[in-house]
Design a protein around this ligand. Structure first.
Ligand SMILES: Cc1cc2nc3c(=O)[nH]c(=O)nc-3n(C[C@H](O)[C@H](O)[C@H](O)COP(=O)(O)OP(=O)(O)OC[C@H]3O[C@@H](n4cnc5c(N)ncnc54)[C@H](O)[C@@H]3O)c2cc1C
Ligand SMILES: NC(=O)c1ccc[n+]([C@@H]2O[C@H](COP(=O)([O-])OP(=O)(O)OC[C@H]3O[C@@H](n4cnc5c(N)ncnc54)[C@H](O)[C@@H]3O)[C@@H](O)[C@H]2O)c1
Length: 447
């Protein structure tokens, strides 16, 4: 059997390549060893936001309890799961049918490289002129006694009921978002991290304020701790850890591994395909082509070039498709990538951090405040609101923005526009935004 293109992985990256190559008249096959549709649609961004929905309502009500809200809403995990399934159940068949309609051949197993252009899948030996690796990332395995007792974010999103207590190992994106969801669904949550702070990709001052409000909500944080092992007790699991010279322990009904994600490449026999890789993923050049096997491309979270976020996976897939269809014509040009942790309040950022800006530019203005007296904060009785805006003093251009607060995942997009368009603070301040709106605060952040 022979194809022009064989794609491994049907997430946002892989299925885009399959679709565009098939539409361009190439013979295409794709394989996935799990349900079709990948992380974002089945067990990541999309279902997560559905599970979060009721917690957003809860938080709004909680802020205004006694100020017009007489009674806090009661959240139903079970009913929300039913609602979520209305979306996720449709994903795999919907994607499979769309690909089949385009004439793409579908496989449901992990292929293994036999040589540079040959794969073995479902017992068939398959030749392909081009092979695209788009297998994404999987949770990092923790080398611990009792690691088999750890759950992942996939398991969280499918829980039949919310347990009484949980521990998250890892205070990153997944750990914090899921800790916030679980707490508002009534679970007692502890987050343990080996580092000294949460969310080290984000501004330290704003992340520390987020930890403060999270603690007020009842989440317990344990930093600088080295996990020793996990034990199964009768009803609970116990995490034994070391903090400084002290041996400590905590227990909960469920323990989740949220200690980061690594490229999903182990099953592919990359050595046989002469495909180079590192801990960052499949090594690619500016055409997203493997640096050793020129007939192999990689895109999405698994590529060494990637920031593991959905929009960038889509952009990489576009580059790979065009390079396969028209020869290597398109180089990857990573745009400005905004990012948000969907805790409530959100923590969002785009552009340079304070430290990066100070390293790159001679004179930098930092506008940083936790403005508890602004009208929006007071009318909604918000628990936390803060910002740090970084400006190049010479040009007055905005070069970085960091916001903690309601809808920060939305307002940060205004800063993405401003930075991309090289807008000065004066240019933004001259514009009229809707009043009263959270976006209107953006102008005030620049004074
Ligand atoms: C809990 C969670 C929440 C997230 N929330 C956000 C968010 O809010 N916003 C955001 O931008 N990003 C978010 N992300 C990241 C986002 O999901 C990824 O960046 C995106 O899904 C990557 O797309 P991809 O196509 O590269 O990989 P994936 O979507 O992971 O697809 C890879 C596919 O390859 C398959 N595969 C793996 N190994 C093999 C193999 N050996 N053989 C065959 N198939 C294989 C997998 O089954 C999967 O279907 C989140 C991630 C997680 C885990
Ligand atoms: N909202 C979003 O856009 C979103 C949401 C979820 C995930 N993601 C993507 O997925 C990626 C992975 O997210 P993540 O939360 O899994 O990883 P992460 O890298 O954000 O956080 C991992 C955390 O685990 C800690 N850790 C690592 N090993 C540990 C150990 N042995 N013991 C204790 N702590 C340990 C690290 O110190 C770190 O704080 C992110 O980088 C992001 O790109 C994005």
């Amino acid at each position: 059997m022979e194809y022009d293109v064989f794609i491994i992985g049907s997430g946002v990256a892989g299925r885009y390549v399959a679709k565009t190559c098939a539409q361009a008249g190439l013979t295409v096959a794709i394989a996935d060893n799990r349900e079709y549709g990948g992380t974002c649609a089945n067990r990541g961004c999309d279902p997560k936001k559905i599970v979060m929905g009721p917690t957003e309502v809860y938080d709004l009500a909680d802020n205004l309890e006694g100020k017009g809200v007489a009674k806090l809403p009661k959240l139903s995990w079970k009913k929300n799961q039913k609602f979520k399934k209305r979306f996720t159940d449709k994903v795999p068949p919907g994607i499979e049918n769309k690909l089949k309609d385009l004439g793409v051949t579908l496989y449901h197993q992990s292929p293994k490289f036999l040589d540079k252009n040959t794969l073995l899948v479902e017992g068939k030996t398959i030749k392909a002129k081009k092979i695209v690796i788009a297998t994404g990332q999987i949770p990092r395995s923790l080398d611990l006694d009792g690691a088999k007792f750890l759950r992942t974010s996939d398991d969280f999103l499918k829980l039949k009921k919310m347990p009484k207590s949980m521990i998250f190992i890892g205070a990153g994106y997944v750990g914090l978002e899921f800790a916030h969801m679980a707490t508002r669904y009534g679970c007692k949550v502890t987050v343990v991290d080996r580092g000294e702070r949460a969310l080290d990709a984000f501004d330290a001052d704003l992340a520390s304020e987020l930890v403060r409000v999270s603690e007020e909500m009842g989440i317990k944080f344990i930093f600088n701790s080295e996990i020793k092992n996990i034990e199964k007790l009768s009803e609970n699991y116990r995490v034994n850890y070391k903090q400084g010279n002290n041996n400590e322990k905590i227990k909960a009904r469920l323990i989740f591994n949220t200690a980061g994600r690594v490229p999903a490449i182990d099953a592919l026999n990359l050595d046989k395909g002469e495909v180079t890789f590192s801990e960052k993923g499949v090594t690619v050049n500016k055409y997203l082509q493997n640096t050793s096997n020129e007939d192999v491309y990689a895109c999405g979270d698994v590529s060494s070039h990637s920031v593991p976020l959905t929009p960038l996976s889509g952009i990489e897939a576009k580059v790979v498709s065009e390079n396969i269809i028209s020869g290597n014509k398109e180089e990857i040009d990573v745009p400005l990538v905004p990012s948000a942790v969907f805790t409530i309040p959100n923590l969002a950022m785009v552009g340079l951090s304070e430290a990066e800006a100070k390293k790159r530019y001679k004179n930098v203005i930092v506008k940083h405040e936790f403005p508890s007296k602004w009208y929006n904060v007071k009318r909604s009785n918000e628990k936390a609101y803060g910002y740090k805006i970084i400006i190049n003093k010479r040009t007055n251009e905005i070069i970085g923005a960091h916001i903690l607060g309601p809808h920060a995942s939305e307002t940060i997009n205004l800063f993405t526009l401003a930075i991309n368009l090289k807008l000065t603070t004066e240019a933004v301040k001259k514009m009229i935004f809707i009043y009263p709106s959270w976006s209107n605060d953006v102008k005030r952040m620049l004074y």
